[in-house]
Write a protein that binds this ligand. Structure first.
Ligand SMILES: Cc1cc2nc3c(=O)[nH]c(=O)nc-3n(C[C@H](O)[C@H](O)[C@H](O)COP(=O)(O)OP(=O)(O)OC[C@H]3O[C@@H](n4cnc5c(N)ncnc54)[C@H](O)[C@@H]3O)c2cc1C
Length: 427
């Protein structure tokens, strides 16, 4: 429900008087600061709120939520701004949490509070709350598996602790569907030693191995057994893109191998011996791992990898480039995770429902013209249905960190899980 102008100004006046000196309220829509704070990763569905509240402390969040609830002012929280849903129109305000960047490490308990996430600019908290898939998921579990506790501001503005011993049902829900159960003002996560990477210097082997699209069948034949190999210490991306300088369609393999360069090269020999156009894989430190992967769009997951559909995927990709010239920088990526971690939680232990997913389809759709939107979406859907053609309905997965358009049964799989989530949401 939209708030009246009067209650909005009462809200802003009272808030200014109570929040911390480090916090800020922006309401001049023409100011550079307001425009900068409004920026998101995508302009799809962008709305202009009446105000943006930049909270600086957990207490600012509590005060803001309490007052907004009392005066019936709608709002959305926003952290890194990478989703399509941290936006609201003139009826409400954005509660901006991007200033929450402090990280503290507890060496004894081996935990970090408000730790860094996977993508280099993605909000840590929402990524973890939505499940959190990363190159390290196979080694250390999904990001949500590593949540130890949270300080949560509930819809009534109370600040509560959520952990396995305090509000355990909420803790279950937080780990996979947490964006729907309140505002997380602080998150404590399990830390892992660099030694899990299995290299003496804490590096991973990564880079690109590039082939022309015409070689799709032989490349996929060499790659398929590696993707199917449950014991391979690694993960990777298979990307279809048309990169500079030639802008012709290529297959780009981005491996992430947990081991030394010589072991990795031996493992990837079936691909390397095909004679790629270009290969620049080398050991890199973990903090540099995401540098070449700044843009992603997960859509659907598959429990198995089917190499035979790839020539058709390439055809669809080329159709997209023909029909939408502004989408030339697009890439279609497929991320696999081969390593089965010993610390994997059971399917029912958290609200995250995609532990069986082997390969995630990700569409890195870059386009500038709003007219291209329908065509981009249609082709993405066509690629997905190609991938899903032999799947049973219950195997169809959609990653909740990426989509709120796909049916709930694909995002939170299993009737029991959905039922429990609905019950918790009502409480
Ligand atoms: C380039 C790119 C790369 C990505 N890579 C990955 C990846 O590798 N793995 C992965 O799992 N996902 C990935 N994602 C998806 C990403 O994790 C989700 O979109 C995530 O929700 C984005 O968080 P954000 O803070 O940047 O976005 P925001 O839009 O700020 O927030 C996302 C949602 O969380 C809510 N929210 C924000 N802060 C809080 C809070 N403190 N408490 C409760 N709710 C809150 C917002 O209202 C919104 O609904 C990627 C997305 C992009 C665009």
């Amino acid at each position: 429900m939209a708030a009246s102008t009067d209650s909005f100004s009462t809200f802003l006046t009272q808030l200014v008087a109570s929040i911390s000196p480090g916090a800020k309220i922006l309401s001049d829509q023409s100011s550079t600061e307001f425009k900068d704070s409004l920026q998101r990763w995508s302009d799809i569905g962008l709305q202009i709120p009446t105000a943006i509240v930049l909270a600086a402390t957990g207490n600012d969040v509590v005060l803001t939520v309490k007052l907004a609830v009392e005066l019936n002012i709608p709002f959305v929280p926003k952290s890194g701004g990478h989703s399509l849903w941290s936006t609201i129109g003139p009826e409400g305000f954005i509660l901006d949490l991007s200033r929450f960047k402090n990280i503290s490490l507890d060496k004894e308990k081996k935990t970090v509070t408000n730790p860094l996430g996977n993508g280099n600019t993605i909000g840590v908290v929402p990524q973890a709350l939505g499940g959190g898939i990363s190159a390290l998921s196979g080694l250390c579990g999904y990001t949500s598996d590593n949540i130890v506790s949270a300080r949560l501001v509930t819809s009534s503005g109370s600040l509560i602790t959520v952990s396995s011993s305090s509000n355990p049902d909420l803790f279950w829900a937080l780990r996979g569907t947490g964006q729907f159960f309140g505002i997380v003002a602080e998150l404590t996560m399990q830390a892992h030693p660099l030694s899990v990477l299995g290299t003496p210097d804490g590096t991973v082997w990564t880079g690109s191995i590039v082939f022309p699209a015409q070689r799709v069948e032989e490349v996929l034949q060499a790659l398929a057994p590696m993707i199917a190999d449950e014991s391979a210490p690694g993960t990777g991306l298979l990307l279809i893109a048309a990169p500079p300088p030639t802008f012709t369609t290529c297959i780009i393999i981005i491996p992430v191998f947990f081991g030394t360069a010589s072991v990795a090269e031996a493992y990837y020999q079936p691909l390397i011996s095909l004679g790629p156009l270009m290969m620049d894989c080398k050991p890199v430190t973990l903090v540099r791992l995401n540098d070449s992967m700044e843009a992603f769009c997960f859509k659907g997951g598959m429990p198995k990898f089917e190499p035979s559909v790839w020539p058709k995927v390439i055809e669809l990709f080329e159709e997209l480039r023909r029909k939408c010239p502004d989408a030339g920088a697009t890439g279609y990526a497929f991320e696999w995770n081969t390593y089965s971690p010993e610390n994997k939680l059971s399917h029912s232990e958290t609200a995250f429902s995609h532990r069986d997913v082997k390969v995630w389809a990700e569409f890195l759709s870059w386009y500038t013209s709003p007219e291209s939107h329908a065509e981009v979406y249609r082709i993405e859907q066509e690629v997905l249905s190609l991938m899903r053609q032999d799947q049973d309905e219950e195997d169809e997965a959609a990653f909740q960190n990426w989509t709120r358009n796909e049916p709930l049964r694909r995002r939170y799989r299993g009737a029991e899980r959905l039922e429990k989530l609905r019950r918790l949401k009502k409480e």
